[in-house]
Design a protein around this ligand. Structure first.
Ligand SMILES: [Zn+2]
Length: 309
């Protein structure tokens, strides 16, 4: 590697590990709970300031995604700052502001260096990082570190300006959401969640100790669009389910003409896009209310440090 291509970044002195942003996603909740318990007993010693956060304790207590509105849509600049607070302000908007005060303020020099927010999904998408940046060297190196530890992981880029970025990880200087598989497989996945979080913390320790990491290409997926369920034109009720040939085929290329939906009257509806794209969040249970049946992405390669000139 030539000297020209070495990138120096400040150490990550404050890192936030968050779970329970959605109160029914158990892997992150149990992991955060366990870390908080060990810290209370004085067993947790980190070489950097690790803030462990149960993001939505009220929803966690009720084992619901949220109590009044989706907390993980409350971190846009508009929701954090300009909406006036009244007696009727949803709990989650108030909680988002508390978290922004604790971990941010978003976009400020005082914000924590890195936010990792732990989620589960009902879609069959395995382990997945979602970030608002496709050139955040910290997030990309952590991603690569997990891949080099032979952990199958994918990286999805949501191309939104930071002010419009709506989820918790956007509060940190660097941040990503980490999605693990199904809500109801806690026994299997909480352990691997823990192992992966440990790998991330190991990388941060190495990075902070001054270690140098080689660049190289990594594969990213960039969100292109979402597809809603077909709906009755009058009632707006969903009129078709995900087609059995698409169900559980997250990250398998969807070609024009491939089946996407099966209507309740038995008709197959096909993908009408012009280019093949990768579906993910296929039939995610929490997205019915958001009008999302699946999300489609294109794939591209990026370098984990600026590419050689
Ligand atoms: Zn979630």
């Amino acid at each position: 590697m030539s000297v020209m291509n070495v990138v120096s970044l400040p150490t990550l002195s404050r890192v936030a590990l968050c779970g329970g942003t959605h109160g029914n996603e158990l892997s992150g909740i149990y992991l955060v709970r366990e870390r908080l318990r060990r810290r209370e007993k004085g067993a947790e010693a980190e070489p950097f300031a690790l803030v462990t956060v149960m993001s939505n304790p009220r929803a966690v207590q009720q084992c619901r995604r949220y109590t009044e509105t989706d907390l993980n849509r409350c971190f846009t600049e508009a929701t954090l700052s300009s909406t006036p607070v009244s007696d009727g302000t949803p709990y989650e908007i108030l909680r988002a502001r508390e978290l922004n005060a604790l971990l941010g303020p978003k976009g400020s020099p005082e914000a924590v260096d890195l936010v990792c927010d732990l989620h589960n999904t009902t879609a069959n998408m395995g382990l997945c990082f979602i970030s608002y940046s496709d050139c955040d060297w910290i997030c990309l190196h952590i991603y690569r570190h997990l891949q080099m530890a032979t952990i199958p992981v994918r990286y999805v880029h949501f191309d939104l300006p930071i002010g419009e970025a709506y989820s918790l990880e956007s509060v940190g200087k660097h941040g990503f959401g980490e999605w693990g598989a199904y809500y109801n497989l806690l026994a299997i996945h909480s352990q691997t969640f823990g192992e992966r979080v440990q790998l991330m913390l190991d990388w941060i320790r190495l990075f902070n100790s001054g270690a140098q990491f080689e660049g190289g290409p990594v594969e990213l997926y960039t969100k292109v669009k979402t597809i809603d369920y077909p709906r009755d034109s009058e009632s707006h009720h969903i009129s078709a389910a995900i087609h059995p040939e698409l169900q559980d085929r997250d990250f398998c290329l969807l070609h024009p003409g491939d089946p996407v939906f099966l209507t309740f009257s038995g008709e197959t509806l096909r993908y009408r896009g012009k280019e093949p794209l990768y579906p993910f969040f296929v039939n995610e249970g929490a997205y019915y209310e958001k009008g999302i049946a699946t999300t489609l992405k294109g794939v591209s390669a990026r370098w984990v440090t600026p590419p050689p000139k």
